[in-house]
Design a protein around this ligand. Structure first.
Ligand code: GLN
Length: 471
């Protein structure tokens, strides 16, 4: 089956397939691979009907740029009149009243949305085991995790259940599952894509990103979903480059790697070997690749967890049993209704983060934790951007290990948080763009990802370099 949109467009043009055939094919794969638990809901009838309409548009020559692209959405992205629940019981029965701007833009170009995808509850996690609907399984080894939080979106592309997916990345949730599943995951610059219609986890970190099998498809998707939006005042008004036309870098970039990431003790030996070989190969290809020191590395995760839990405790206060979804049947008064609804319907990890976030925002500890973490965030951002003024890119493994076994880290939140040690920097450092691309396999045949990070709004450079590296 086709793994790139170019192949699909050619097959459509040559009359070898139709959008209806494509949707039928994906529906069949989704059914065959149900055990991976990648989708929470599949819009079978509707996608087939839409496909028929788009086939007619193609005939008439009026189809949009994504005609024939079948896409899945992480269950935190609104799609009007469709269920949405952040893989949480707190939103049982909820339906979106409007579509996210990114979704509107996909639909305007005739993409077909095939379903909503499983993830960690409210995007909190690194393995997609925190879903209220069971863990997502890695298609390459079903005893292993998909990565997270956008695990269903990564596996759906990995297993050929759709051509591409939209996920979200607050600290690595697009790049880390992309790395675990061997697909391409792009986290754009913060503010490059509207967050309107994205369920907020940590608003100063969240961004919608993409999963695809090719750099070209990634570039096309970003070109479509990026750009100004009257409904999100934080979104950038910068014009959106034609990423698909800029896939040739034309010069040898200067590359940095953080000494502390390559020398990190937590690195799986094959992941270490992989990044060292990558550095050697880049040098052999004539690139300048230099080690730089980043003594703040140890502070990135604590800073991330203080600030994101604080923002999450505020953002999730709206789920109170009154306005949406689950309401406890056991309450006696208003306060017990709030408490019981939230205790019954939020999972353990979400509760842990709400409690932690509420603590760091409490008046006695606000300065000690929240204010301090904001200052450290600035230091990390300044230092990272300083490196990126001297170098085009910072490269590292996307994650310290390949996909681990289901259940291995569930009782140890700290071990789980370490899965994001390399990915959170891009989000903490003021929302830099970063991509994870497949870069070989470990001895068990599990994919290893290479992370490439650039300065703000340099997605074109990232994509072009990825294109070169993937050849
Ligand atoms: N794993 C990280 C967390 O649990 C990142 C999640 C994300 O990017 N949404 O917060």
């Amino acid at each position: 089956m086709h793994t790139s949109f170019k192949q699909i467009q050619k097959a459509l043009k040559d009359g070898e397939t139709t959008c209806k055939d494509l949707v039928s094919h994906y529906l069949k794969v989704i059914e065959e691979k149900k055990h991976l638990n990648a989708f929470l809901e599949v819009y079978a009838e509707e996608a087939l009907q839409k496909a028929g309409e788009i086939d007619q548009k193609i005939q008439a020559g009026t189809a949009g740029r994504l005609a024939g692209m079948v896409i899945g959405l992480k269950d935190v992205i609104c799609y009007q009149d469709h269920g949405l629940q952040a893989a949480s019981h707190i939103l049982d029965g909820f339906k979106s009243q409007f579509s996210a701007t990114a979704v509107e833009k996909l639909l305007a170009e005739d993409a077909i949305i095939i379903g909503r995808q499983n993830c960690d509850e409210f995007a909190m996690g690194s393995s997609s085991e925190n879903s209220a609907f069971g863990a997502v399984r890695n298609a390459l080894d079903t005893n292993r995790v998909s990565g997270g939080s956008s695990g269903g979106s990564a596996v759906a592309v990995q297993a050929g259940m759709c051509l591409a997916s939209l996920g979200t990345d607050t600290g690595g949730s697009v790049r880390q599952p992309a790395s675990f599943c061997g697909v391409i995951g792009l986290k754009p610059t913060y503010s490059r894509v509207s967050r309107y219609g994205l369920l907020a986890y940590a608003s100063s970190f969240d961004i919608i990103g993409t999963f695809a099998n090719s750099v070209e498809d990634t570039a096309l998707l970003l070109e479509v979903i990026a750009g100004q939006d009257d409904f999100d005042s934080t979104v950038s008004t910068k014009s959106v480059p034609h990423y698909t036309q800029l896939l040739d870098l034309g010069y040898k970039p200067k590359i940095a790697y953080l000494r502390e990431t390559v020398e990190n003790e937590g690195l799986q030996p094959e992941v270490k070997e992989n990044i060292l070989q990558t550095i050697e190969k880049l040098r052999a290809d004539g690139h300048t690749v230099e080690a730089v020191d980043f003594p703040l590395l140890d502070y990135i995760l604590p800073t991330y967890y203080i600030l994101t839990t604080a923002e999450a405790s505020t953002n999730l206060s709206r789920y109170d049993g009154v306005r949406y979804g689950h309401r406890s049947q056991h309450s006696k008064d208003l306060v017990s209704m709030y408490k019981l609804s939230r205790s019954e319907a939020f999972g353990m990890e979400v509760q842990r983060r709400i409690i932690l976030g509420t603590f760091v925002l409490s008046s006695s500890y606000y300065d000690a934790y929240f204010t301090k973490a904001q200052k450290v965030r600035r230091l990390i951002a300044n230092k990272t951007k300083e490196i990126l003024t001297q170098y085009d890119f910072i490269i590292s493994p996307t994650a310290p290990t390949t996909a681990f076994e289901i259940g291995k880290n569930t009782s140890n939140p700290l071990a789980m948080y370490l899965a994001d040690i390399f990915s959170v920097q891009a989000n903490v450092a003021g929302g830099l763009p970063a991509i994870s691309i497949p870069n070989g396999f470990d001895a068990q045949g599990m994919p290893i990802g290479l992370q490439i990070m650039a300065n703000s709004f340099e997605e074109a450079k990232l994509l072009a370099f990825s294109n070169y590296w993937l050849g």
